[in-house]
Design a protein around this ligand. Structure first.
Ligand code: PLP
Length: 283
């Protein structure tokens, strides 16, 4: 299997050899945005959608000077150089390094890091049998729509889940509504319809979420954009989360409640099949 291979500002090198300045603003301030793309059979899946979101994230934080055509060429060049098949691409663009001062430096050069690593599927069993998740307060900032590397709220949530032996932490707000997971979007099934939080600054507009909405439409499964509530979980027939590496992940337990009969439900299964078919067609 190939080793992880990095591309730093256009130069390919082993990931473990990459060195960055301690003055890099991504390191000091989290002044950076990122993307994760799944590679199936040597090809980056939904790359246009991911790079569109990367552009939007950069625009949102006014990060300039990175060219999307260069980034596409570097992604493909790095996948090919390492002959990766099943892999993930991580992309991070920071506002470069400069003397430490909060406001943007003048004439900064963005630091452009890409790496590709073989995909290790930690979720295969949970995808088959269903995952357990926990709920935790959403303590994050008001721009969760930006895929920024400021992930401390997500990190702390994910740790709550890890300590509970769970796959994911689902964030709830003070009003009892559920937003998303620490690294996934959340969906419920209510009266046969899929319910997921509306696109807003409270959630990341997941690329997998977007694909699921297209797949649901093709399968004539109604999908409603509405916040699920923590106090209605016992009334949902199914629950699942989605993400680039999670794909469509059935959730069969949340805190101490079992969802449905404790097994992945029919709507989730249909979406998993539709997802697998979309990947096959892409290949
Ligand atoms: N929500 C959050 C907070 C995430 O970090 C992620 C992915 O990492 C997602 C949702 C799912 O997004 P995507 O489907 O684009 O991977």
């Amino acid at each position: 299997m190939s080793q992880a291979l990095a591309n730093v500002n256009g130069e390919i090198q082993p990931l473990e050899d990459v060195r960055i300045s301690v003055l890099d603003r991504g390191f000091l301030f989290g002044d950076a945005v990122y993307e994760v793309i799944r590679v199936y059979g040597g090809k980056p899946f939904l790359i246009d959608e991911h790079l569109r979101r990367l552009s939007q994230s950069m625009e949102s934080i006014r990060l300039e000077g990175a060219d999307m055509r260069d980034i596409i060429a570097r992604i493909n060049g790095t996948i090919n150089a390492g002959e990766f098949q099943e892999a993930i691409v991580y992309i991070q663009i920071t506002r470069g390094s400069a003397p430490r001062k909060h406001a943007f430096p003048e004439n900064y050069q963005p630091f452009q890091l890409i790496w590709v690593q073989p995909f290790q599927d930690a979720y295969a069993d949970a995808r088959q049998n269903g995952a357990s998740v926990v709920t935790t307060p959403d303590i994050r900032w008001h721009r969760c729509d930006i895929k920024s590397t400021n992930l401390l709220g997500n990190v702390l949530g994910a740790q709550v889940a890890a300590e509970a032996g769970c796959m994911e932490a689902i964030f709830y707000r003070e009003d009892g509504t559920l937003t998303e997971g620490s690294h996934t979007n959340l969906f419920g099934v209510r009266d046969g319809a899929i319910v997921t939080a509306p696109r807003s600054n409270a959630i990341l507009p997941g690329i997998t979420r977007e694909l699921i909405s297209r797949l649901a439409e093709q399968a004539a499964i109604p999908m409603i954009e509405d916040y699920l509530r923590r106090d209605e979980l016992s009334t949902l027939s199914e629950l699942f989360v989605s993400g680039t590496t999670s794909e469509v992940m059935p959730v069969v337990r949340i805190d101490d409640q079992t969802i449905g009969d404790g097994k992945p439900g029919p709507v989730t299964r249909r979406l998993q099949e539709a997802y697998a078919k979309a990947v096959q067609e892409f290949l």
